[in-house]
Ligand binder design. Structure first.
Ligand SMILES: C[S@@+](CC[C@H](N)C(=O)[O-])C[C@H]1O[C@@H](n2cnc3c(N)ncnc32)[C@H](O)[C@@H]1O
Ligand SMILES: [Zn+2]
Length: 397
């Protein structure tokens, strides 16, 4: 049945989908076209959905039982349908959306992929849908919150509609507030101050983390980040929620601040937000409160990486690259360095990525690339030590 607007068929993962056809002639207005389309579908977000499949597979491997899943803002249905086709056995899959056109298309896409009888479609506001599942036998194992902009208005109901030890994924696409372009909006939505600067995307993940951990605490749950990353102008985090006051305290004790000197690039975590002057004489900028603990769980992330072996169609994807880099970042201190920023500070012409890593490691420090951006690194060296290392490039013609 035609949905009454131009559509095309696309393939994503193991799914074939009907999605609104955008005008390829007006490529430069693609963002605007997408936001005005009768139903939302963005092929770039495949990476986001690939990680959802690997995360759910990892969760399922641990549970070894059927699971209940909800995607309360489904758009074309692509995510829920792919989860049914590419993750393990799902007993209940509830897909919701406020938009009747989205639900009609999601239904048609489910039919096209032979899973129509395995999904329940709900034309409801996401908060209402999740509230309707906030009772002991109505809760889900996994809720995937993938809204426009910020997920914060959906924290409360997502937590209430998830089982103890269940998993919640959050996507946030409102990068201007989270990266400090609109700090007041970030404080309003996430309850913390962002930090502009080279590692703002990591700060964004940490703000998302602390805001969610606080909301989970209100409901008696400790929220543990299982896998967090930044890509394609969004941040995304998977959390497990577990009941228990002691666990909650353990998480809240890891919420603090990052102090950053834009003059000399010195940065350090702090449990207080008292103003400070840096050793170089400049005042430090303070970001937070934010999550200072690990952004991923070693066992879970290793599990996701392993799952690629069981889902070979996801090998070689951007998701795999991001997961590998995020795994390498674990165990390092908060924040990361940008090679070009250090070069500018030291006053040397651009140093190749290979030479920068080589020089840091030769000096006896560890250094790993990050998933945030090319030419960035995490290291156990301080900025003063990095300046010493980079000063050596001054003497090289
Ligand atoms: C970013 S899109 C979702 C994309 C989808 N999850 C995917 O992976 O392609 C957001 C969707 O949420 C729907 N939406 C927005 N506000 C909503 C609300 N309050 N309740 C339910 N759905 C909502 C929109 O109609 C849209 O389809
Ligand atoms: Zn300084």
């Amino acid at each position: 049945m035609s949905p009454g607007y131009p559509v095309e068929t696309v393939k994503e993962g193991k799914a074939s989908l009907l999605v609104p056809r955008l005008d390829p002639e007006a490529e430069e207005h693609i963002q605007q076209q997408r936001s005005q389309a009768p139903v939302f579908y963005n092929a770039v977000m495949k990476t986001n959905r690939d990680t959802a499949i690997l995360a759910l597979r990892t969760y399922q491997r641990k549970k070894s039982r059927n699971v209940q899943v909800c995607e309360p803002m489904t758009g074309s249905g692509v995510r829920g349908i792919r989860l049914l086709l590419e993750a393990g056995e799902i007993e209940d899959m509830v897909l919701g959306d406020l938009s009747p056109s989205a639900l009609a298309l999601a239904g048609e896409n489910a039919e096209l992929n032979g899973v129509r009888d395995r999904i329940k479609l709900r034309e409801l506001d996401a908060n209402l849908l999740m509230s309707l599942h906030s009772y002991p036998f109505g809760r889900f194992d996994y809720i995937d919150v993938d809204p426009y902009g910020t997920p914060t208005p959906f924290y409360d109901t997502a937590i209430r509609a998830t089982k103890n030890h269940g998993m919640i994924a959050l996507t946030a696409t409102d990068m201007p507030p989270l990266c400090g372009v609109n700090a007041r909006a970030c404080i309003r939505k996430y309850g913390g101050r962002p930090l502009q600067g080279e590692f703002c995307h990591e700060v964004a993940l940490r703000l998302l983390g602390s805001s969610f951990i606080h909301q989970a605490a209100i409901h008696g749950y400790a929220a543990t980040p299982l896998f967090s990353y930044y890509a394609d102008h969004y941040v995304r985090a998977y959390f497990r929620i577990d009941k228990g006051a002691r666990r909650i305290e353990g998480q809240l004790n890891q919420v603090g601040f990052i102090k950053y000197c834009p003059g000399c690039l010195h940065r350090f975590p702090s449990m207080e937000n008292a103003p400070e002057r840096c050793g170089c004489g400049e005042d430090v900028n303070i970001g937070g409160p934010l999550w200072l603990g690990e952004l991923s769980d070693v066992e879970f992330l290793d599990g996701m990486i392993d799952e690629i072996g069981n889902a070979p169609h996801l090998a070689g994807t951007k998701a795999e690259v991001i997961m590998g880099l995020a795994r390498g970042e674990m165990g390092f201190q908060v924040s990361f360095f940008d090679i070009d920023k250090i070069c500018k500070l030291v006053g040397v012409k651009s140093v190749s990525t290979e030479d920068a890593f080589g020089a840091i490691r030769e000096t006896g420090f560890s250094a790993v690339p990050t998933h945030y951006r090319s030419r960035t690194l995490k290291t156990d060296a301080s900025i003063d030590e990095l300046v010493d290392v980079f000063n050596r490039f001054k003497n090289i013609g």
